[in-house]
Design a binder for this molecule. Structure first.
Ligand code: C5P
Length: 420
């Protein structure tokens, strides 16, 4: 049975497995998002130690955060409870020593100022100042009113924090709790989780521009009817996400699909094969990798009607003549850029049988160094897949797994090929 899969469900449990994160909350209405984030981090496998400022406790209670993290919450530097199994009454030291990162969500304008100046008059700022900076990165998610965000004082502080090696996450744009509209609202919990997962990922594609095509195409018969196929786009979207996690700039050219755009990815929506060709041609000029995961229609109606074709009651059925679509992948693989080695092209083959034979033949016909085969009817619309990587040296099999995990393997494999 096909299941619907918003991008969020493509995150397999365990992406933060083994990670220990100190989640700091400073004061702001966005504290409510930290509750959802905490739950998501735990679900993704992290252990989470929450530390809250007094101001944060005005917006959300430590009881909530304790329930979600499964650990006592610390908010005072004078708290005599044992922290991290050490009874020396030095929570500001003990809490950070085992952490893989300190994540401050939300980071208020005042808290950013404190970080810039090395302030240490509450447990959270003290903890940040006392952390071993090389081993424990500090990540902050700013949250404030748009005027506060735009204020030169805040922007100076942000620039200084970046210069000091603090990872300052983007702010969101839109409606703010104060009723104003603009930049400065905090990212949503799923966006923060994505940024945190990506933070820990290796970046073997840094400096690369990966172009991905995904989904079906739609070939019009008339203004209300057309021909398409069962491709859901999930594989291509997962590849785009995995490439972004791996540090690449990513452009995703998508046929008509109902999927959320992976975070950080530039998305161009197209309908027909000809639209897709135009969009891909533009970005292929600057891309260094092209992964052609789209299920492009082989044929389109030769003369689509400008008006709806009407049933006239005579029992006569219309005759459709077809013309062949351009082979986009073969065209791009034959371009100067690809032939000179500046654009690495990867094709896909969705077959119903004899996968290895068809994949090998297709690799030669398309003129690509790498062809990824999968069984179309078994994967279209599903969250899982299995891949067969065919190159000039032979075949490698990636057995059945969720599409994001397979995409991460594929992206790592492509990165190795680029490095050869
Ligand atoms: O020939 P076939 O459609 O099986 O080839 C599949 C591969 O070629 C996929 O990578 C697909 O994105 C690409 N393709 C294309 N243009 C077409 C047909 C397929 O780029 N017209």
């Amino acid at each position: 049975m096909a299941t619907s899969a918003p991008a969020r469900s493509l995150l397999p449990a365990g992406d933060l497995g083994g990670r220990h994160i100190v989640l700091g909350l400073s004061g702001g209405i966005a504290c409510y998002k930290a509750a959802e984030l905490c739950r998501a981090m735990v679900k993704a496998g992290a252990t989470v130690q929450v530390v809250m400022t007094d101001a944060a406790c005005q917006f959300i209670t430590p009881v909530t955060m304790q329930a979600l993290s499964g650990r006592p919450v610390f908010s005072s530097q004078w708290d005599p409870r044992e922290a991290a199994g050490v009874g020396n009454n030095m929570a500001h030291i003990n809490l950070s020593r085992e952490a893989d990162a300190i994540l401050v969500v939300p980071a208020s304008a005042d808290f950013l100022k404190k970080l810039v100046h090395g302030g240490a008059d509450d447990l959270l700022s003290l903890l940040c100042l006392a952390r071993p900076a090389e081993a424990v990165p500090l990540i902050v998610a700013p949250a404030m009113n748009r005027e506060m965000w735009a204020n030169p004082a805040t922007q100076r502080n942000v620039a200084q924090l970046k210069a000091d090696g603090v990872h300052v996450l983007d702010v969101g744009q839109g409606d703010q709790a104060c009723g104003e509209v603009g930049d400065g609202r905090m990212l949503e919990a799923d966006e923060l989780l994505y940024d945190l997962v990506r933070f820990f990922m290796p970046k073997p594609l840094a400096g690369q521009h990966v172009l991905v095509s995904a989904g079906p195409t739609y070939e019009a018969i008339d203004p209300v009817r057309g021909i398409t196929n069962l491709s859901s786009g999930k594989m291509g979207f997962a590849i785009a996400r995995a490439a972004h996690e791996a540090g690449a700039e990513v452009t995703l050219v998508a046929g008509p699909v109902a999927l959320a755009t992976p975070r950080g990815v530039r998305r161009i929506d197209v309908k027909s094969a000809q639209n897709m060709l135009m969009a891909l041609d533009i970005y292929a000029h600057s891309a260094t990798v092209f992964v052609s995961a789209a299920a492009v229609a082989d044929w389109r109606p030769a003369a689509p009607s400008e008006q709806k074709i009407k049933k006239d009651g005579s029992g006569q059925v219309p005759t459709l003549a077809f013309t062949e679509n351009p082979d986009i992948l073969a065209g791009i693989a034959a371009s100067e850029r690809a032939r000179s080695g500046r654009l690495y092209c990867v094709g896909f083959a969705a077959e119903s049988h004899d996968l290895l034979h068809h994949a090998q033949t297709k690799r030669a016909r398309k003129g690509v160094p790498l062809l990824v085969g999968n069984i179309g009817p078994a994967t279209f619309g599903q969250d899982h897949n299995a891949l067969l990587l065919v190159d000039e040296a032979g075949v490698v099999e990636f057995p059945q797994a969720d599409k994001l995990s397979l995409s991460r393997l594929l992206v790592a494999d492509i990165a190795q090929r680029l490095a050869r």
